[in-house]
Design a protein around this ligand. Sequence first.
Ligand SMILES: Cc1ncc(COP(=O)(O)O)c(C=O)c1O
Length: 502
Amino acid sequence: MSDDLTHRHAAVALEPDVFRAIGHRLVDDLADLVARVPDRPLTRDEPPGVIREALGLTGPLPEQGTDPAALLAAITPRLFAHSLFNAHPRFFGYITASPTPIGVFGDFLAAALNANVGSWTLSPAATEVEAQTVRWLAEFIGYPGECGGLLVSGGNMANIVGFLAARAAGTPWDVRSTGIGAGGGRHLLAYASAETHTWVQKAADIAGLGTQAIRWIPTGRDQRMDTTALVGAIEADRAAGHVPLIVIGTAGSVSTGVVDPLRAIATICADRRIWFHVDGAYGGFAAAVADPDDDLRALARADSVAVDPHKWLYAPLEAGCALVRDPEALRRAFSYHPPYYHFDEHVTNYVDYGPQNSRGFRALKVWLAMRQAGAAGYRQAIRDDIALSKAMATAVSGEAELELVTQHLSIATFRFVPADLRASAGEPAVASYLNDLNRRLLDRIQRSGELFVSNAVVDGRYVLRACIVNFHTSLADVRAVPAAAVALGRALDREHRATLAG
Ligand SMILES: Cc1ncc(COP(=O)(O)O)c(C=O)c1O
């Protein structure tokens, strides 16, 4: 026990003046470091041991504490020196956005408030901000604003929330209390295309259905779900006495950004009374700029939609959002009322709407950026990312040694094909060589620190994949990609052939 609990001094406390001084210094350091990101290597090719050493991560927990000002002043530049920067204008990997500066402030402010957004009583302002954020997110993509929904950690959780809502709504017995095995041999089944993100396996697993309950519906050559095959699978399962629970359509696939035939899927689900869920984690926000007859717009007909502000709204990680047409569907999937929580029933208690109990104020960073940019500002940013991706595709097409494979939304895929292999690229031995070459090329590009792309496999072809959810990127950045890929690709091809020959 401390000697003096009248004037307690906790080891983690900071006097207001010290807090102010450290905070000012941190903001100054961040302003400098962030401004230099475009001129620094995007990432360094360092092994884990070097990073541990540089950041002092090898020793045991020190018995004695340390001066917080000195600690932050030392660790901040080191974190910057050894991190990968998705705020770099040439970061095109996966679907990881550059963070909004106002969102950075939002997380800082939210941490200071430390609202527990599980119950309204504990977070009156934060709960109301979250409710408006959910409404705005829905309205931005054309989904009914009076839907239910809540902020979660990201796309996986947003989709899983939708999946669990479907399970509670569509199981013909009380699945929450008796479990999925209580159906007398009837299986609960989910329908998704092979292009669906791996969240669907996690959802089927977590929901107790098991991954074998996923009916993998084939796609056409355009990577979109084959709806004739979908209907066939549903009818066969119903005929066998099983329960088709949920059909998942993807609005912007993780590999190529392709959008499933959402309009047709919506009709199939409505006719058969099956829950229609749209994974719009990546492409959902593009519905805000889509033509009226675009399939993206049909996400408005879904029973639930997952969107991911930490993707195309550039929120700092983490921020996903589950939207559910019927708000009561979330309560039916998640709510319990234990005696130790005495919450007012007439206000929103988010603990009743999702899997989390204590919840942080994730909505603030999203809400602030929506206020800063407005709907028009966000529509423009999304349009610009799409236009830049198309410009990259055009630049790729202009390089004789690059093959453009796909371009959808803000994702372009392409591969390096040496000039003398172009004509024979379909032969098995050449196809295998090209896959290997492009796998190595990806590795070299990622290690270069100049730009960052990730990969996809399209029709058996291993391809490089550039996704632009980056408001720092401009035309010069996208035009730099093809030239860099060709230069590195040529060098690798030479080395590779020399090794094979030797
Ligand atoms: C289509 C799609 N769904 C779900 C996810 C998972 O999102 P998160 O990584 O935020 O959990 C991703 C991630 O890229 C995605 O592209």
